[in-house]
Ligand binder design. Structure first.
Ligand code: UDP
Ligand code: LCN
Length: 805
């Protein structure tokens, strides 16, 4: 019996046996008279059941009934039926309904449940002959391997390696022949690599490997390929096995071992060395992508920081690997974004911009075209760009091919728009596709699917969610920064998981959107640039010339212009926060908690780097509202001598030194967001040894081990968060080693898990394994591709056209 069925059966059994108790609990909930209930509403209702209410001596709260109801993510009432979507475990769902009179419990199918939600959302009765498109990917993936355990989610490549080694070499298949063919396809600009056609079968390959190993055993380990080529070439080997005799022998021995009896580790190690990554295209279409003066503009934040750091780390890794393989090839990385002619003093109007800190990576900017063929001159919000992307993908294809002189070996999409363009390009060029979401919008907004219609003119989620579903299913692999991004926590739904089943009434119903048990998901977390974010004790690398500038900015300069507030007691430790001034970042929330907490105000001063102090400087409606709110809070609580608000955007080197400035004074960092998809500032702060308090909703929950390498705070309970921070400062005052312990643990945590070098190593290994997987299993997946094309052509394109008209 599946876990889902087990839970439903237990519920049925309880209800049958304890009808009055069931009736009482349901009556308690439904008396709230709500059509839809969120998990939090249900939990509140369940917790308000009086403690004296018991069943067979057990408090009602502990019964199977209440425990099962606590698993509901949503509930809704339709006449006498009470519907529940139960998340019985991480990423495992069951849908049930309970009849409020007869107390019948029935498990219902996903589509029945979704249909009921549609009916309730639209406020219609059962509609005769109602036909709605159902999107269902399950039939296409039935044949594929899926993981079963929730703890395997996000470790797709390990699972795949195990499967691959057994599938390829189980003695029945022709795995070794496929491997031979795979080794023969590698070329670089017409130059054959690895094997030439002197080796025609597996027996020949084994024989050649043995003879080559014999030759190599007589050579000095450092002998270079160029000196060995005359001996190895006649056996059928080409350049690519290693720079010198030692490395070549190691790789050849590894292959012989694999042909004898493969293990997943060996296979991974071997594939990781195959020279197949020479050029990578990274897509981030929505623009303001540059290296100076672009961060802090609408829509640009961590994604740009992430990509620029990613490129530097990837290029280093690609160069190292190629050098190790004995290939004198300069790898190419091209970041593609849009060219914005009205660039407002930034470099966004330049076609090409070399990326600082790399040998040859570059930003390539391609303009958006209007329907009449003219170039669109201005920035466009990420919610509005759908009509431009198809044409953009064709223009990019041409420009990238010209720039690289060949197809890229890997295409990486970023965010919904980049992942859609990556899909179109990868399908046309037949290149491995990797997706990175950064933030999926669906979970950020309450009922963004069920009540999509209400906000579609503004957000165009009908386009965005359709594009997301298409891109997720098209990708060969998806990397995420955390586990929760894929499958949440025991209590909360993952960002990808929320695309498993949902409905957009009147548009379509998704019964199997994306399966988080698919091995395409891999957690590969980013890092913080170690040249910028390092601990204060690393004095040689510090930038002392910035010290007086920071001192002036934080303490001495008179308020006015971009600054509000000046500390009356500058000797107190600093509580620091830095983020874009979006509502969800909750910087205003933090100011309010601070204002309301006598204790916190007593212990520390608050420094905020966010938005603009002058609302006239903001061109963004949401930011403007937050700025006004911030002024109101500072007025209301009289915060001018305890809060320093710096309404400016800081350059990276400067902010690195600012984190250390705060650490020098035994301060702390706080990330108070209502939800944070990952949270680069959290690892930046931790990398500089700052004790960090960060939201428990989203990535920071995984980054920080609460109480050990930092602290979690609940943004919905600001008073508790303020108390936690105040107690920490008070404890540090009494015992300064408290600060050092947390600081050391923060440094250790990021060093172990969040570094760009580890990221680049994983990404390069993954791209080879998924490339190989695609090759040997013929993972073109024609059926899925055709289905995706239909969705694109018949669903997304009309939506986009409607939006443009
Ligand atoms: N940032 C910055 N200067 C600022 C504000 C932010 O350099 O004045 C950087 C910050 O250091 C971090 C990024 O912007 O690298 C924000 O990324 P995060 O993941 O925290 O949030 P996002 O803005 O992507 O939602
Ligand atoms: C977008 C976000 O919202 C952040 O949480 C991430 O850290 C950033 O992108 C980089 O992935």
């Amino acid at each position: 019996m599946s876990i889902q069925n087990g839970v439903v059966e237990d519920l049925k059994a309880f209800v049958e046996e304890h009808r009055p108790a069931t009736h009482m609990v349901l009556h308690h909930i439904t008396s709230l008279d709500r059509r839809f209930m969120l998990r939090s509403d249900l939990l509140d209702a369940l917790r308000s059941i009086p403690e004296e209410d018991t069943q067979d001596g057990i408090p009602m709260q502990d019964t199977v009934l209440v425990k099962t109801l606590e698993k509901a993510q949503e509930a809704a009432r339709d006449g006498d039926w009470f519907y529940l979507s139960l998340r019985v475990r991480i990423a495992r769902w069951a849908y049930v309904r309970i009849h409020l009179d007869t107390l019948d419990v029935e498990e219902v199918s996903t589509d029945t449940y979704l249909q009921c939600m549609e009916k309730l959302a639209l406020g219609t009765g059962p509609v005769e002959n109602d036909w709605t498109l159902e999107i269902d990917f399950e039939p296409f993936t039935r044949e594929f391997f899926k993981m079963r355990e929730s703890r395997s989610i996000g470790s797709g490549v390990e699972f795949l390696n195990r499967r691959l080694s057994s599938l390829l070499f189980d003695g029945h298949g022709d795995g070794d022949r496929k491997l031979l063919e795979f080794l023969r396809v590698h070329r670089y600009l017409g130059q054959q690599l690895m094997l030439n056609d002197r080796i025609s079968d597996v027996a020949g390959l084994r024989d050649a490997l043995r003879r080559a190993l014999e030759i190599l055993s007589r050579e000095e380990p450092e002998t270079e390929w160029t000196d060995l080529a005359v001996k190895l070439h006649p056996l059928g080997f080409e350049v690519g096995w290693g720079r010198n005799a030692e490395l070549i022998a190691e790789m050849m021995q590894n292959l012989l071992d694999i042909l004898e009896a493969p293990s997943p580790r060996m296979l991974e190690q071997f594939l990781a060395s195959v020279p197949m990554m020479f050029s990578v295209v990274i897509l981030s279409p929505h623009g303001w992508f540059g290296q100076a003066n672009v961060l802090g503009r609408p829509d640009t934040g961590g994604q740009i920081v992430y990509i620029l750091d990613q490129v530097r780390a990837l290029e280093r890794e690609m160069r190292d690997r190629l050098a190790r393989q004995g290939l004198d090839i300069e790898p190419r990385i091209v970041v593609v974004t849009r060219l914005i002619p009205e660039a407002d003093g930034t470099s966004s109007d330049q076609r090409l911009e070399p990326i600082v800190g790399t040998h040859s990576a570059t930003i390539l900017r391609v303009p958006f075209h209007n329907a009449d063929g003219t170039v669109h001159p201005h920035w466009i919000s990420r919610f509005e760009i759908w009509p431009y992307l198809e044409r953009f993908s064709f223009d990019v294809e041409r420009e990238v091919l010209a720039e690289l002189n060949s197809r890229p070996d890997l295409i990486i999409g970023n965010y919904s728009d980049g992942n859609l363009v990556a899909t179109l390009l990868s399908q046309r060029l037949k290149v491995t596709q990797c997706n990175i979401a950064h933030a999926l919008e669906k979970t950020k907004y309450l009922y963004s699917d069920l009540f999509w219609h209400e906000n579609d003119d503004h957000y165009h989620f009908s386009c965005q969610f359709t594009a997301d579903i298409i891109a997720m299913n098209a990708a060969d692999f998806i990397i995420t920064s955390s586990f929760q991004e894929i499958a949440g926590t025991p209590d909360s739904v993952g960002q990808y998981e929320s695309h498993g089943a949902f409905t957009m009434p009147g548009l379509y119903r998704v019964v199997h959107g994306v399966d988080v048990f698919d091995p395409k998901f891999n957690i590969v977390s980013p890092g913080a640039d170690s040249n910028v974010y390092f601990p204060p004790s690393d004095t040689d690398r510090r930038l002392p010339h910035l010290e007086s500038e920071i001192e002036e900015l934080v303490f001495t300069r008179d308020p006015g212009g971009d600054i509000r507030g000046k500390f009356a007691h500058p000797d107190k430790p600093l509580l620091f926060s830095m983020a874009r001034m979006d509502r969800i970042k909750n910087i205003t929330g933090l100011a309010r908690w601070f204002g309301e907490s006598e204790k916190l105000r007593e212990e520390c001063n608050l420094v905020l780097v966010s938005g603009h102090v002058d609302p006239a400087k903001s061109g963004d409606q949401e930011e403007g509202e937050q700025i006004h709110e911030m002024h109101r809070i500072m007025d209301e609580y009289g915060l001018n001598d305890q809060v320093r608000w710096l309404g400016m955007h800081l350059e990276k080197q400067f902010s690195g030194e600012l984190y250390r400035f705060v650490a020098d004074r035994k301060g702390a960092f706080v990330q108070p967001a209502l939800f944070e998809a990952f949270g680069l500032t959290v690892i930046e702060a931790m990398s500089t040894g700052l004790p960090t308090f960060a939201t428990c909703f989203g990535g920071p929950l995984e980054i920080i081990v609460d109480g050990k390498s930092g602290f979690h705070i609940n943004p919905n309970h600001g008073d508790e968060a303020a108390e936690k921070m105040a107690s920490f400062f008070a404890a540090c005052k009494k015992d300064p080693s408290r600060w050092t312990t947390i600081s050391d643990q923060a440094l250790k945590r990021v060093e172990e898990r969040y570094t760009w070098s580890r990221y680049a190593e994983r990404l390069m290994t993954l791209s080879r394994i998924y490339g190989f997987w695609r090759y040997v299993t013929d993972l073109e997946r024609v059926e899925t591709r055709r289905y995706l094309e239909m969705l694109y052509g018949l669903q997304l394109r009309p939506l986009v056209e409607k939006m443009a008209s």
